[in-house]
Design a protein around this ligand. Structure first.
Ligand SMILES: *[C@@H]1O[C@H](CO)[C@@H](O)[C@H](O)[C@H]1NC(C)=O
Ligand SMILES: *[C@@H]1O[C@H](CO)[C@@H](O)[C@H](O)[C@H]1NC(C)=O
Ligand SMILES: *[C@@H]1O[C@H](CO)[C@@H](O)[C@H](O)[C@H]1NC(C)=O
Ligand SMILES: *[C@@H]1O[C@H](CO)[C@@H](O)[C@H](O)[C@H]1NC(C)=O
Length: 795
């Protein structure tokens, strides 16, 4: 109950009390006044004086008052005029609320005498209130599955005014979904109702706003509005849908684990849980599950394992998206693995022949190998090469096989080893390459003969060498290796079959040192030559030759040998000199030879000792003994001369000879000079002359031998009979040393033991000088029994 309603009852009870108290004082019919609400204060409602018919003065005198039932001073009595004035602004809605009509009861009271007049003040409504909805905003949630025609009741609007001024009508903003209908409620009021005209589609229009307007019936009408928000509630009426039916992606095979492959995305028009999607694989192999991973919410697909183009080139991954209502959409991802040049080429050696002989035929296969590259396309195409400067060639055979063959002839002696680098490069980006190193050795073939350091060697040996003397070396080298380069030396059979080479020299087969096997004798052999061979141990062996010439150098090893006069004869020769001989008379000629040559054989003669010095002289160069002065009677009959013959070797060797001279009286001079013409002829043509001389000599020799033999016999018989001297017929000395050896060596000597009287005149001893230069004299040779004299002099 509102306070406005309680007051009038209390007022009525009080009024009833007064009515019972002085009933006779109350007028029968109440006065009736009406006033519009919100009239200005002081507005005149009625005039009491005129109503009752009193004088104005009476009002004060009778103590007139206005008393409302609720004792509120709504009206005021003006004592001067008797007008009832509005004491305050009346608000019908406050006074009566919805009660209609709104009547305020009051009494006009006169105290003296006491008199009551009943009166009513009707307060009239004016349209001073606007219809108002309780809620400024109404949210209407409607499922999109709601059938058309479904009504939705709305709250009615309130308007404090009553009657016609209350809410009379509702309107709805124009929209395609709803129309408005007014319904009557039980209390007779009207309320609006929204009726659905067509199905809602949340996916099309999830929410819209309507304005509901309430209108009252005032004039002008007042209106109030409320906002109706219609929220369309979702149902799972849409399946998820992927952006594309197939996603095609290319992934390099070297993508790291956890890298993003692709992001798929599906849409579901539904909202809420029906639009919440979860991505997953659909019917995929374990391979794919091992390799890929899908994020259920983001739809991102990651790599879970490394890809290998060489194993799998593409994947087809079926994916699905499921919403909260179990509707699903499907798609597929085609993952193409892109080859990356991640595999270097490989070289697999199949065979290798090393060493290879240097005389290999061209195109001989040295190695066989294959190459491969696991990559595809250009990444797997390969180029194979070796260094340019090698005598080898790469030849592709079939598929990926190559052979390494020799291109040009090999020569171990110039290069014995080849380091071959096989390089295989693919054509990918970046290029990958692989190298393989081979060492091919070239084995030796006996293709080089030993070569002597010189084509001819000249060795010089002094005669009388000690046996096994190292006289020199030959050396040969062989460019091959191993046994093919092992050189052995040998003596080859000499051209001259007479040369006893085997007993002269030997060669060390290993080092080529040459040794004289025996003591060489210049007088016997002045020079010889032979060939040495050097052979390697190859198979077949190769060999070469060199010429060795050994020159024997002379040493002064022969003392002069006195041919005349003979020294050891049982009957020493005695020269007879007539006392009448002039100075310069040729007594005898000492004839000596020397086996040596050159200086060593250059003899000089010297009178060493004489019975009577000064009587005889010896010509140093030709050994002629001549008288130095005329003989006289005083000179002794017998003379003994010691003549020294000496060569010019170093050291010199010498021999001495004793000459017996007998001075005789009346000894006719048998002088038998060689004709000068013959001598000149002999010089002019030595050979002819020589032969003639030799012939003559031999003839005369024989003649003289017979004569001498007879003479000696006679002489001995006579000496035996009388002890007298030997009478030898005078004649030229016929002895000769004949050189017959081609080398000019005195090989045979013919000696004739001849006793001659007198000098041999111009007879000369000649021999061919050897064609050898003079060698330095050998070491002292003192084994000769000849007398060695120093400081002799020529006479
Ligand atoms: C309510 O208002 C509408 C639109 O202005 C009108 O068509 C309708 O007749 C009115 N209803 C009443 C009861 O006045
Ligand atoms: C080959 O290689 C080896 C080892 O690297 C080296 O000792 C040799 O000298 C090389 N040979 C050639 C001919 O380069
Ligand atoms: C092959 O030889 C080359 C040149 O001698 C060298 O640089 C390279 O390192 C070698 N390769 C191998 C795999 O030994
Ligand atoms: C004398 O000597 C020579 C050589 O020395 C010798 O050949 C000869 O037989 C000797 N004569 C005598 C008689 O002894």
């Amino acid at each position: 109950m509102e306070p406005g309603e309680r007051h009038p009852q209390q007022i009525r009870q009080v009024l009833l009390f007064f009515v019972f108290l002085g009933g006779s004082l109350v007028c029968s019919e109440p006065w009736h006044y009406s006033v519009a609400e919100e009239m200005e204060i002081g507005s005149v409602i009625a005039n009491v004086v005129k109503e009752i018919g009193l004088a104005v003065e009476d009002l004060v005198a009778r103590g007139a008052r206005v008393i409302f039932d609720d004792y509120k001073p709504y009206l005021q009595l003006d004592p001067q005029t008797g007008n009832l004035l509005l004491n305050e602004e009346l608000d019908r809605e406050a006074l009566c609320h919805f009660t209609e009509p709104c009547i305020l009861h009051f009494q006009v009271l006169f105290e003296n005498p006491l008199q009551f007049f009943q009166a009513e003040l009707w307060v009239k409504d004016i349209n001073d209130h606007t219809p108002a909805f309780l809620d400024k905003q109404i949210i209407l949630k409607i499922s999109e599955a709601t059938a058309p025609g479904t009504p939705f009741q709305m709250d009615s609007a309130q308007d404090l005014d009553v009657g016609k001024n209350g809410v009379q009508n509702y309107t709805l903003s124009p929209n395609p979904y709803f129309h408005l209908e007014l319904q009557d409620s039980d209390d007779g009021r009207k309320f609006p109702e929204l009726l659905l005209d067509q199905s809602l589609d949340r996916e099309k229009e999830p929410e819209f706003r309507l304005t509901l307007t309430a209108l009252d019936g005032g004039s002008p009408p007042r209106s109030g509005t409320t906002l109706v928000r219609v929220l369309v509630l979702d149902i799972n009426d849409n399946a998820p849908e992927f952006e594309r039916p197939v996603y095609e992606v290319q992934v390099p095979e070297n993508s790291p684990v956890d890298s993003l492959v692709v992001r798929v995305s599906a849409t579901d028009l539904d909202a809420g849980i029906y639009g919440e999607l979860s991505y997953s694989f659909s019917h995929v192999s374990t391979d794919i599950r091992k390799t890929f991973e899908i994020h259920p919410v983001s739809g991102e697909i990651y790599l879970k394992a490394l890809l290998d183009f060489e194993l799998i080139q593409s994947y087809t991954i079926n994916i699905q998206a499921i919403d909260g209502g179990s509707l699903s959409g499907k798609s597929a991802i085609l993952v193409r693995v892109v080859d990356v040049n991640d595999n270097a080429p490989e070289i697999v050696m199949t065979s290798l022949t090393s060493p290879i002989p240097e005389n290999s035929s061209p195109e001989m296969v040295v190695a066989v190998f294959s190459v491969r590259d696991l990559d595809a396309g250009d990444n797997g195409r390969m180029v194979c090469s070796i260094q340019d400067d090698l005598p080898f060639l790469l030849k592709p055979t079939f598929k990926n096989f190559y052979t390494l063959v020799t291109e040009s002839p090999l020569d171990r002696e110039s290069q014995a080893e080849y380091n071959i680098t096989i390089t295989v490069t693919d054509l990918g980006t970046p290029r990958l390459k692989t190298q393989h190193n081979l060492t091919v050795t070239v084995s030796d073939v006996n293709d080089n003969a030993p070569t002597f350091s010189q084509t001819a060697y000249t060795l010089r040996v002094r005669e009388n060498n000690s046996p096994a003397l190292h006289i020199g070396s030959v050396s040969a080298t062989d460019r091959d290796s191993g046994a093919n380069a092992q050189v052995t030396y040998s003596l080859l059979p000499p051209h001259d079959p007479q040369l006893p080479l085997g007993s002269l020299v030997s060669i060390n087969a290993d080092n080529g040192q040459l040794f004289a096997l025996r003591s060489l004798d210049f007088e016997a052999l002045q020079a010889f030559e032979f060939r040495v061979g050097a052979a390697d141990r190859g198979s077949p062996a190769l060999s070469s030759q060199a010429l060795v010439r050994v020159l024997v150098a002379d040493a002064n090893d022969n003392a002069p040998f006195v041919l005349y006069p003979l020294q050891n004869g049982s009957a020493p020769c005695t020269e007879l000199v007539p006392r009448a001989a002039e100075a310069g008379y040729l007594v005898a000629k000492v004839v000596a030879v020397d086996g040596d040559s050159g200086q060593n054989a250059w003899l000089s003669y010297q009178l060493l000792k004489a019975t009577e010095p000064g009587l005889f002289g010896v010509w140093a160069h030709n050994g002629e003994v001549r008288t130095a002065r005329p003989l006289s009677e005083r000179d002794a009959v017998k003379h003994r001369l010691l003549v020294l013959v000496r060569d010019h070797g170093e050291p010199p060797l010498s021999a001495s000879v004793t000459l017996h001279v007998l001075l005789v009286d009346g000894f006719s001079q048998p002088y038998l000079p060689l004709p000068d013409a013959a001598a000149a002829e002999a010089r002019a043509d030595p050979l002819t002359v020589y032969l003639v001389v030799a012939l003559a000599s031999v003839s005369s020799l024989f003649l003289f031998s017979v004569l001498v033999f007879v003479a000696v016999r006679l002489c001995r018989r006579r000496r035996a009979a009388s002890g007298g001297g030997c009478l030898v017929p005078e004649g030229p000395f016929p002895g000769h040393l004949v050189d017959v050896s081609g080398a000019g060596t005195l090989s045979h000597s013919y000696q004739y033991e001849v006793c001659l009287t007198g000098g041999s005149g111009t007879t000369e001893f000649k021999f061919l000088k050897p064609a050898l230069p003079n060698l330095p004299p050998p070491d002292h040779r003192t084994d000769e029994s000849h007398t060695f004299l120093k400081g002799f002099e020529f006479i």
